[in-house]
Ligand binder design. Structure first.
Ligand code: KIV
Length: 275
């Protein structure tokens, strides 16, 4: 979607760009990043959106769920990512309990994410219960990405990470929620782990782009956790995940060779030391 001449700075992806991409039928690519180096790599490779997901709680901090990560942690991760990005739109998750208690608190959390971290937009999980809060945040000039289906911040309510909205009642509720989020002013909507047919129905019934993770091919875009698609995490293999690299084995192999070279005295050699 961005066209730049050689030597020119990249044309930045904005929330309007991704809305236009749906209109033009151009698929949207989104990956997570939580630090400067990974963000710089992913941005250079041409990703449209970088999500500073609260999956940082799992991937970076080693927690079992996304619940423990705090707003201050998310602001730190987001500010690191923003410094590595030239082109992509940077969307930051508002973490659990930073927006559910009162609209005022949600507005303050979203404002801190924009002012202190430099995020370009925030993402929030949920439908009807938070629609009015989203409206207020959007009215304050802060773009919001919605998130429906499997919403990991509610894992203790669901009790399982299984596919959501497989029954008619939950599917109808999800369609209603998607329309409410569009009306509330969301510029895009993540749909996680729902049947592909339902995701297609939602995609065709709203004008804002849908971005799927385990939600089938008809979504307007796709998102994956970068550590999963790069094969850094070898123990996680859900059906929706495609691995594009095997960095787990690459890194273990490289460290193994380094350890051998240090132990044998092969590293450093003549050219790797100062005279
Ligand atoms: O936190 C995250 O990484 C996410 C994606 C899985 C969509 O919300």
């Amino acid at each position: 979607m961005s066209t730049e001449l050689p030597g020119q700075k990249a044309v930045k992806v904005t929330t309007q760009t991704v809305v236009d991409m749906k209109e033009l039928g151009e698929k949207i690519s989104m990956l997570t990043a939580y630090d400067y180096t990974m963000a710089k790599l992913i941005d250079a490779a041409g990703i449209d959106i970088i999500l500073v997901g609260d999956s940082a709680s799992n991937v970076m901090a080693g927690h079992e769920t996304t619940l423990p990560i705090t707003l201050d942690h998310m602001i730190y991760h987001t500010s690191c990512v923003v410094r590595g990005v030239d082109r992509a739109l940077v969307v930051a998750d508002l973490p659990f309990m930073s927006y559910q208690v009162t609209t005022k608190e949600a507005l303050i959390s979203a404002g801190r994410m924009m002012k202190e971290a430099g995020a370009h937009a925030v993402k929030m999980e949920g439908g009807k219960p938070i629609a009015a809060t989203i409206r207020r945040i959007v009215d304050a000039g802060i773009p919001v990405m919605g998130h429906l289906g499997l919403t990991p911040q509610s894992i203790y309510k669901f009790g399982t990470y299984k596919v959501r909205a497989t029954d008619e009642t939950e599917a109808e509720e999800l369609i209603r929620d998607a329309k409410l989020l569009e009306e509330a002013g969301c510029f895009a909507l993540v749909m996680e782990k729902i049947p592909a047919k339902l995701a297609a129905k939602v995609t065709d019934s709203i004008s804002i782009p849908t971005i799927g993770i385990g939600a089938g091919a008809h979504c307007d875009g796709q998102v994956l956790v970068s550590h999963d698609m790069l094969g850094l995490n070898k123990d996680f293999h859900p059906r929706f995940l495609r691995r594009y690299a095997d960095l787990h084995n690459e890194i273990i192999g490289a460290v193994d060779r380094y350890v051998s070279d240090v132990k044998s005295g092969d590293f450093p050699n003549e050219s790797e030391q100062y005279k």
